[in-house]
Design a protein around this ligand. Sequence first.
Ligand code: CA
Length: 226
Amino acid sequence: MRVLVVEDEQAMVEALTWGLEAEGYVVDVATNGEDGLWKAVETSPAVIILDVMLPVLDGYQVCRRLRAQGVWTPVLMLTAMDDDLDMAEGLDTGADDYLAKPFAYPVLLARLRALTRRGLGVRPAVLTAAGLTLDPAARTASRDGVPLDLTSREVSVLQHLMLHKGQVVSKTELLEHCWDPAYEGGPAVVEVLIHRLRRKIDPPEGRPAIQTMRGEGYRLGDGHEI
Ligand code: CA
């Protein structure tokens, strides 16, 4: 079974690698958040051990981006900060479990077993707004029951807008959540995608689902407002 360890402290990386390999896991290591995000997609691990304090992107950002990209691999978040607030934030970003450092090794193994036994990560609920339905796990969307033919990026953007329905979402925020961190394109690429998305999701007549908030970004209405 493959496990991805995203951790920048060398001693911790060595201890985890040694221990996990002894348990029969195949271990991949990333030492910063950006590399972790890439390897989480490329190596298809069964479970990810994700430290919170990381260079480039922190653990919360990595987890949030993975989920935004539709990757639901179980994530066990490691943190040195032991309080309820951090735990709430970790779970809020889509982490499946949380372990405070320092931890006892058998506890880590038990948590990993529980996460992999569960198979896939906790799947998100189906989202609905403005006549649209989106299943984040299946990466499918429909309007009034009619399936929509959307690209993976269009699904990510629509998902982000639906998660924040009624709120203004900036182009920068969409770029951060729905594009690869190494992507260097500007806001224009978001405008092009929104334009294309509207052609696919809006009925020929009636109110557009995505409103442009000039100078601010976009907002997905709930379909009831005027
Ligand atoms: Ca760290």
